[in-house]
Design a protein around this ligand. Sequence first.
Ligand SMILES: [Zn+2]
Length: 354
Amino acid sequence: MKQDPATPPHHRSNGFQNNYLEFEPKSLAEVLRWRFQAMRAGLPRPPATPIPQVAPELAFVHGNAGPDQQPAVTWIGHATVLAQLGGISLLTDPIFAERASPFGFIGPKRHQPPAIALPDLPHIELVVISHNHYDHLDRAAVTALARQPGGAPLFVVPLGLAAWFRDAGLQNVVELDWWQSHRLAVAGREEVEVMLVPAQHWSARGLNDRMQTLWGGFAVLAPDCHLFFAGDTAYSRDFADIRAHLAARQTAAAGGGFDIALLPIGAYAPRWFMASQHVDVAEAVKIHGDVGAKRSLGIHWGTFALTDEPLDEPPRVLRQERAAQGLGADDFFTLAIGATQRLRARHPQGPATP
Ligand SMILES: [Zn+2]
């Protein structure tokens, strides 16, 4: 098909595509082969150890929602992180549902409740959605967030997904193409810039909408913290591209690379089925290096058993991969569900001198 030279290569007449590896949907035969082999082998095996979960530091996250904020990330479960930076509180892919499925009675069921219930969250100014799969876009959660006391957050979503929000009655939505940004003015502070960046994945919510809405990750750039959220992704050269795209803004003098990257480390087995859509742990460690993150937090594990590896396996593999790559435990870490990691501010503002 001939393309208008002005049309970016990921825009196709029949939907969207990846930059580097064309996504080929698995055939029904392949899906059945995966499910049959997993069933016969009894996979996934139950976790050998409980998934770590701690009581959230509610007093800290509420106190940290306004001025004198310290950049911090709190893992709520799966790909849902409460990030506090730039004077705001934001959520990545808020999933609070019992099942990652269109139905309440079937589909992957959570092993762990969300660390913070929706009504206990601080006021959320921004929600970023990486793509429309059911383990990343939860209609009840975004609807509840839109009704939070103090006003709806801004929802920033990939191209084509705003219509779904408007259909759900949510108007406060901005959609972005890859490399496009939206800037939030934060009262009394500088701006927070939200940029959609490419990822190697796909989208679908029903049977007839495959690749019809875009997917991606987000760079959230605030004066005190640069955060990278990868969404769901396979490994590709997109991550080197992201670093190159932001190089001029992440020089050493400007504070360096991403202060924190939120990278998926679960849902990788078996590789013959998953490698074109989800990274394994070794590839997540490569992304940590490719994007130039100072530190990374491993997410997208421990919550929903979506694939063949045991729910508690990813952090064990991460320990091996860190050792193999010469990384320290702080460079690429995991948290207990509910735990908060405080981060060093990019440009420490400190108390104003009188
Ligand atoms: Zn996912």
